[in-house]
Design a protein around this ligand. Structure first.
Ligand code: ADP
Ligand code: MG
Length: 677
């Protein structure tokens, strides 16, 4: 065992108690301690008193021009005072309750003091004496606890470096260190804690971040290769002629992008490798038809297919679209959701197990106990980020490692995709079907709501329909319903003269109620649908041309973009109206960018920048690894380079045997508590 894997108790002065305290910070081994980096640094470079702001913390250097005097007052209280001169300016320095510092201050000597500057009094409240002639330093600040204070931690880290620093091994090949001019590992780790200046810290950080991203990429790319090499998936030998005939029956020509991704998926299916592919396509890019084609491909090879979606409404809608597309074919389909009756369900499960159903569409009901397939070959999940990792796994385990396709309309910025989905192959539909009129987006203030509603009469009069979205308030479903209900009543009154039907849909309704409301809207019986975000994913009502979003600043850009994608699905011009009074400039910027672009990828890049990775996925269970030093946004360039370099290493067949790569091989195979649990 290397010294670094030993308990911190091997350090002098660390007993059981202190080891426990350190463990509460996640520090168990000496290696953990060395890798426990400061979260920021206090820059105490020496400064000239001319340029210091009031109450600023700085280091000042000067000559002591009046001898130190200690005055005592009260019980155990004291004040140490002296005067210093910098250039020609003289200032007072005082330290509270540290009388012993007097010995460090000598008349006529040069001294550097760190403290808080009072610009009015031209005086400093001292915090630290840096000694005569000593350079100011760049002091590390750690996340600490009640039990482990900065002043305990710092000497421990120093000691750990002294006693065990020489056991830190390099894990990057020399060629990479040279190519990117990276500090060696030991230097970098030391300088992360004790940089002499900001530049050295910058270099240390660059090295540490690169290492972190690079090792992560080495690992996920390694897993992917293993998976591929194992050839333990299904080889789905579909019938190409049937597929071509099916495609010829479609009411439109596939876009070039649709053709490309269909080919990518089909060739994965044909190969014995286990498919794990992510299909990304902006709203309206036509993912459903691609799903239909590849599901049908599985059927021609004698396999069953499953399409899993997050809501009942979506399941129904997908079932309808698929049935429409499969009309000319002999494909046996079925719908399985929570509201399927017990009797129906029983019959359906028997048919599914007997292989009498080819394609099943459903919600979570698909992965419940008792659902068995005869020969499951392909699983597609739509809007996959709505499914937990475990749910996907359960479904997969119902067959013999069926091929899996994850479809999502949430454009995932590249940096996130290569991190969160690094183990998957990615296909992107980066083109919309021809002839779509871009949606026009406007941002208005709440006070303008009625004039916007007035304007919308024009669309409604022309026979079109309108969505009105009220935001889901996470903390309170009740409040949610209240908001939506108020808006609903306002709209009913507003459009009373015309007598347009208004529907209300919210999360507290039973599924059957929701379905009924949705059905009425689809059939045009209601012209306006007020809803919380339940319609966010997937619904298709091409006659709707207005999307009005109340309190739009409560949504992320990705979500707003999804909502906007509910209109503009037909041949008519469509509009998205954002009603918002953002409190800060971020909110304002988000509203503004929505009006400027219809490009989902650009918006999600922006969202990532403004709100951080967790938010981009809508739900916080983002499945992203936690990085210690690296930041997916700020260090995106490094991530990209690390990914390329990792790929280049795996390109070399026997890299693990090369002398230069021994350190790396060890690091890549080491168990890792950081990324994967
Ligand atoms: P999404 O990718 O958002 O799921 P859909 O699959 O619902 O998109 O497709 C959106 C609309 O575009 C549907 O009405 C669909 O019939 C239509 N569509 C899909 N592909 C094409 C195409 N190649 N040409 C014209 N219309 C298409
Ligand atoms: Mg869809």
């Amino acid at each position: 065992m290397s010294g670094l894997e030993q308990s911190v108790q091997y350090l002098k002065g660390v007993g059981e108690k202190r080891a426990q305290d350190l463990a509460s910070l996640g520090i168990e081994t000496i290696g953990d301690l060395l890798g426990y980096y400061p979260f920021r640094y206090e820059d105490i470079q020496e400064r000239s008193i001319e340029e210091i702001g009031d109450q600023e913390k700085v280091t000042l250097k000067g000559v002591v021009v009046a001898p130190p005097v200690v005055s005592r007052f009260g019980y155990k209280k004291s004040m140490l005072k002296f005067r210093m001169m910098q250039e020609h300016a003289v200032f007072n320095v005082s330290f509270f309750n540290q009388p012993y510092l007097k010995d460090k201050v000598e008349l006529g000597e040069e001294l550097a003091v760190y403290g808080k500057w009072d610009a009015k009094k031209k005086a400093m409240t001292g915090m630290k004496i840096l000694g005569s002639g000593q350079q100011g330093e760049f002091a590390p600040i750690y996340h600490v606890s009640q039990k482990v204070k900065q002043k305990t931690l710092v000497p421990l880290i120093r000691q750990a470096f002294e006693d065990f620093g020489n056991e830190i091994e390099e894990n990057l090949p020399l060629s990479l260190q040279e190519k990117y001019r990276l500090l060696d590992r030991r230097q970098a780790m030391y300088a992360m804690h004790f940089p002499v200046n900001p530049e050295q810290h910058h270099q240390a950080k660059r090295r540490v971040v690169f290492e972190e991203f690079f090792l992560f990429q080495m690992k996920i790319q390694g897993l992917k290769q293993q998976e591929k090499a194992a050839n333990n998936g299904l080889a789905i030998a579909y019938d190409n002629e049937s597929l071509k005939r099916f495609i010829a029956t479609l009411p439109f020509e596939l876009t070039t992008a649709q053709k490309r991704v269909t080919n990518e998926i089909c060739s994965d299916m044909k190969s014995p490798q286990h498919m794990q592919r992510l299909l990304q396509g902006d709203v309206g890019s036509g993912k459903t038809v691609v799903a239909a084609i590849v599901l049908f491909a599985a059927v021609t090879a004698g396999f069953q297919g499953a399409l899993m979606v997050p809501t009942e409404i979506l399941a129904q809608q997908h079932m309808e679209s698929l049935n429409g597309l499969f009309d000319p074919l002999e494909v046996r389909t079925a719908l399985l959701t929570g509201s399927t009756s017990t009797k129906e369900r029983k019959a359906l499960l028997a048919e599914l197990a007997a292989g009498e159903i080819d394609i099943v569409v459903g919600t979570h009901a698909l992965i419940q106990e008792g659902v068995d397939f005869s020969n499951l070959g392909l699983v597609i999940t739509d809007e996959q980020h709505r499914f937990g990792v475990n749910q996907r796994r359960v479904l997969r385990e119902k067959g013999w490692r069926p091929d899996v396709l994850f479809m999502t309309a949430t454009p995932i910025p590249r940096t996130l995709a290569i991190t969160a989905y690094g183990e998957m192959d990615v296909s992107v539909i980066d083109e919309l079907p021809a002839g779509r009129i871009p949606i026009e987006t406007r941002w208005v203030r709440p006070s303008q709501l009625d004039s916007v509603l007035d304007w919308s009469r024009r669309e409604l009069k022309a026979g079109h329909q309108m969505y009105v979205i009220c935001p889901l308030i996470e903390e309170s479903e009740m409040l949610d319903v209240k908001n939506a209900t108020e808006v609903y009543e306002h709209l009913q009154n507003f459009f009373a003269p015309e007598g347009y039907g208004v529907g209300l849909l919210h999360g507290r309704m039973k599924n059957v109620e929701k379905d009924a409301i949705m059905e009425e809207f689809k059939d045009g019986k209601t012209r306006i649908l007020v809803s919380t975000t339940v319609i966010e994913v997937g619904v298709n009502v091409p006659n709707a041309t207005v999307m009005l979003i109340i309190d739009a600043d409560r949504f992320g850009l990705a979500q707003l973009h999804q909502l906007r994608g509910r209109v503009g699905r037909g041949a008519d011009a469509s509009y998205c109206i954002l009603v918002a009074e953002p409190k800060n400039e971020y909110g304002q910027e988000r509203m503004k960018i929505m009006t400027e672009t219809n490009n989902g990828f650009l918006l999600s890049e922006k969202d990532l920048e403004l709100r951080g990775p967790g938010e981009v996925f809508g739900f916080r269970q983002s499945g992203l690894p936690q990085f210690v030093a690296g930041d997916l946004v700020a260090d995106a360039n490094i991530l990209e380079v690390a990914r390329e370099e990792a790929a280049a290493v795996w390109q070399m067949k026997n890299w693990q045997q090369l002398p230069e790569y021994q350190g790396l091989a060890k690091a890549v195979t080491a168990p890792d508590k950081q990324f994967f649990d």
